[in-house]
Design a protein around this ligand. Structure first.
Ligand SMILES: Nc1ncnc2c1ncn2[C@@H]1O[C@H](COP(=O)(O)OP(=O)(O)O)[C@@H](O)[C@H]1O
Length: 188
């Protein structure tokens, strides 16, 4: 798929603000690919498409988890974790986006995982730090990327913040984020 097509898919499917977020994630990811030696074309496509399934009805997301034989375990957690895996499968099976790195980057952009590819890492972090984001502490993560150039530390800190946030809310945590946190803990 070419950038123009990905852009059109996102623009037609998503509310304006979420489409604009996707464009900023793609732009941020391209900058990071230049910085870290990643594949600019892949991160750009994954950035544009990462939230494609975010506003689909829960009933549709559930059906697609079954259709695409995704991990049923996903259904036991916050439904927000479904749109990455489902969106990745929609791109692969409905729109012919065959590339495995783009698939993984869309699939894991919310939860992260251990042993991410460079494309996954860039999209995961770009989603958190794109210039429209203003969550507390986001500038600390920007500094880890733009000053320290430490991608793995940024992934660890983002996962840590997600886990702390979820624990604070007494939410149950899909274990991929814990795996990500442990894997990118550089103290181990
Ligand atoms: N491992 C997990 N288990 C349960 N919920 C999670 C997990 N990882 C992330 N989430 C939650 O999923 C929600 C959506 O995350 P995200 O896709 O990054 O949203 P947005 O792009 O709208 O900020 C957040 O509330 C986040 O806390």
């Amino acid at each position: 798929m070419k950038k123009k097509k990905a852009n059109k898919l996102a623009e037609e499917k998503l509310p304006k603000k979420r489409y604009e977020h996707s464009v900023r994630v793609a732009e941020t990811a391209v900058g990071m690919a230049e910085q870290f030696g990643g594949d600019k074309e892949k991160v750009e496509l994954a950035g544009l498409l990462h939230d494609y399934a975010k506003y689909d009805e829960l009933s549709k997301l559930y059906q697609l988890v079954t259709k695409y034989e995704l991990d049923n375990e996903l259904l036991a957690y916050n439904s927000e974790i479904l749109h990455g895996p489902v969106g990745a499968c929609m791109m692969k099976y409905e729109f012919g986006v065959e590339d495995e790195e783009i698939f993984l980057a869309i699939h894991n952009h919310t939860t992260g995982r251990a042993q991410m590819t460079l494309t996954e890492k860039i999209v995961f972090v770009a989603d958190y730090i794109e210039p429209g984001r203003n969550q507390p502490g986001v500038d600390d993560i920007r500094k880890l990327i733009y000053t320290d150039e430490d991608l793995d530390k940024a992934i660890y800190e983002i996962s840590k913040r997600t886990v702390l946030y979820l624990v604070e809310k007494d939410s149950i945590i899909y274990p991929k984020t814990i795996d990500c946190l442990n894997y990118y803990n550089l103290e181990k």
